[in-house]
Design a protein around this ligand. Structure first.
Ligand code: PLP
Length: 360
């Protein structure tokens, strides 16, 4: 059995970045490429974007080092900063910028003597309550950062929107923005709060830097919408192929547990995709796969290496025919809707068994 392939369209990646550039004329763009660029391949995406994006944001120090070891010279921000003092020499050597979000990090920076100044972004918790300093404690800590000899001045300031998908989205975002604006008032340095949702919905949140993730990959940050609603191009086509075509009689079950029983004679196709590839095991019967231009429903349980689809009694599909799991004509947001797993997660959790290929 051949492996499924995730085809990454580099022109779509570039196109989406340029779309963002059109929306945020006055801001710099930090392309977020954490988690293997949302499953699209960290290094390849960085190479595609290095002349288009002003900087990159990653979650893990290993991701930043991988970029530096491969001649990516754009600014790189480590979105949660460092945890251990031992990471600092590596961070300095590789010229990685860091988010400061916990008092422990400040204490470490006050204690050691670095070879070079480090560029930091102080994170303010404006309502996400995940990382960052509470506004009421932030002023004092801001002063400590200013006094810290290892740190480049001025101090940059960052926060993050918590809502992508709820009613009340706008109210909560504006409360966060208010809170952020109160803190940054009369402070020098660069400021950033907008991820994809802010870029698309709230122009006043754009500030000095925007931090698009999901938009780069052509998908929507907002629930109920698709990338194309915002003029974006899906960058990934995940495809596999049919490995068997079977006659199936009414009344017969399919797959583990026999949870789906056909009420009609039909033709079943077996597609080489399963949870071992990262396809969600909870995808219910009815989740579509695109075969020869038709959306056909999966039936029965997804297994490790394969999934059954109902091709219909008069189908002409053949073994070897392509099966598109998601892509341009079957947006990943649609699979998210069927499975209840966000498209962020679907893209990110493909396993290493899926080959990634790059095309124009
Ligand atoms: C992941 C992340 C982003 C990008 O978010 P999208 O919704 O994918 O645009 C931006 N900023 C931070 C701090 C992040 O962790």
């Amino acid at each position: 059995m051949k492996s499924p392939v995730a085809v990454i369209h580099s022109n779509a990646i570039r196109y989406n970045l340029l779309q963002i550039r059109k929306i945020v004329v006055h801001s710099r763009i930090m392309a977020i490429i954490k988690a293997n660029a949302y499953g699209h391949g960290l290094l390849e995406i960085a190479k595609i974007l290095k002349d288009l994006a002003d900087g990159f944001g990653v979650a893990r120090i290993s991701e930043a080092i991988m970029l530096r070891n491969n001649d990516i010279t754009n600014p790189i921000l480590l979105l949660a900063g460092f945890v251990n003092i031992n990471e600092l020499p590596i961070i300095i050597k590789n010229e990685i910028d860091v988010v400061i979000q916990d008092i422990k990090q400040i204490e470490i920076l006050e204690k050691i003597k670095l070879q070079k100044l480090i560029k930091v972004w102080m994170k303010i918790d404006t309502g996400m309550h995940r990382l960052g300093f509470r506004p009421e404690e932030a002023e004092i800590l801001y002063k400590r950062l200013i006094e810290c000899k290892n740190i480049q001045k001025p101090i940059n300031i960052i926060s993050h929107f918590s809502m992508n998908d709820k009613p009340g989205l706008h109210d909560i975002a504006f409360q966060q923005l208010n809170c952020f604006n109160n803190f940054i008032k009369n402070k020098l340095g660069e400021k950033s709060i907008a991820s994809s949702i802010g870029i698309l919905l709230w122009q006043i949140s754009h500030l000095d830097w925007v931090r698009p993730g999901i938009m780069i990959y052509g998908a929507s940050p907002q629930e109920g919408k698709q990338g194309k609603d915002f003029g974006l191009l899906p960058a990934m086509t995940l495809k596999s192929y049919l490995i068997a075509i079977r006659k199936h009689k009414a009344g017969e079950p399919i797959g583990y547990g026999g949870i789906w029983i056909s009420d009609h004679d039909t033709t079943i196709g077996i597609v080489a995709i399963g949870y071992g590839d990262g396809y969600p095991s909870n995808a219910p019967s009815g989740t579509p796969i695109l075969i020869n231009g038709r959306k056909v429903p999966i039936v029965g349980k997804v297994s490790m290496d394969m999934t059954s689809v109902n091709l219909g009694i008069n189908s002409h599909d053949k073994v070897g025919d392509e099966a598109i799991i998601w892509g341009d004509l079957l947006p990943v947001e649609e699979i998210a809707k069927h499975t209840g797993i966000s498209h962020y997660e679907l893209l990110t959790k493909l396993t290493s068994r899926v080959l990634i290929k790059y095309q124009e």
